[in-house]
Design a protein around this ligand. Structure first.
Ligand code: GDP
Length: 220
């Protein structure tokens, strides 16, 4: 099978890896807590991954597609809870941390400062955080607000992997070119994982591969 967009020629997603991902995400996923203050981060040594992205990137849709819930992430993103980090437990094997979206055009300076302080403390002190997933809209590529977050991740030495979202909205040829541009930019970032994943919550494309990636992180 030829490599799919975002993959290296050598397909790391063999049947066994895909099956592990499917099995992990067949576990019950439950909301643990929403946290606005660092002293409330759950104390756990379960492997953790986090999802970060500009607001509207498709983060809730992706988390719901991954976990097979229709409204797991959306429920916790109701107004008033959007400045929180929402923690979900996946079968006591992996914790998913849904970071508040960033890059709102109308965000106040106070909001941005609060977001930055909370996320910085989270990134710098979370020993169980194996890899952050940085969600980038497949139609837009990396934008300046994403670059600020990449700088935070580099600074905190947290490995991060780019996951392109809403790939179904972009033409295949343009998508392939955009993937190359994103990869080139990532090469200049010490904490960036070189491979990127290309997903669509709408069609399900890339979801088995993202599940497999997360299962490998959880050493499951
Ligand atoms: P969030 O703000 O990052 O949590 O973004 P949402 O998950 O709420 O998605 C923002 C908008 O994009 C919504 O209207 C979704 O229905 C739409 N959307 C999200 N993912 C996809 C996708 O993979 N394909 C398409 N076509 N639309 C999507």
């Amino acid at each position: 099978m030829p490599p799919r967009p975002g993959e290296e020629g050598d397909n790391p997603f063999d049947d066994k890896a895909i099956e592990k991902g499917r099995h992990l995400f067949a576990q019950a996923c439950t909301f643990m807590r929403g946290v606005a203050s660092p002293d409330q981060f759950p104390e756990t040594d379960t492997t953790e991954t986090s999802f970060a992205g500009r607001s509207n990137v498709g983060k809730s849709s992706l988390i719901n597609a991954l976990t097979g819930h229709r409204s797991l992430a959306r429920t916790s993103n109701t107004p008033g809870r959007t400045r929180q980090i929402n923690f979900f437990d996946l079968g006591a094997m992996l914790i998913l941390a849904d970071l508040p979206g960033y890059g709102y055009a109308r965000a106040s300076k106070v909001d941005i400062a609060a977001w930055t302080a909370l996320v910085n403390i989270y990134l710098q002190g979370r020993a169980s955080l194996r890899r952050a997933m940085l969600l980038i809209d497949a139609r837009h590529g990396i934008k300046d607000p994403d670059r600020k977050v990449m700088a935070m991740l580099d600074e905190a030495a947290v490995t991060y992997q780019v996951v392109l979202t809403q790939a179904d909205k972009e033409k295949t040829g343009i998508l392939a070119a955009r993937i190359e541009v994103v990869k080139k930019e990532l090469a200049g970032h010490p904490a960036a994982y070189p491979d990127i994943l290309c997903t669509s919550a709408r069609t399900g494309a890339g979801i088995p591969e993202l599940r497999a990636t997360l299962a490998a992180l959880a050493a499951f």
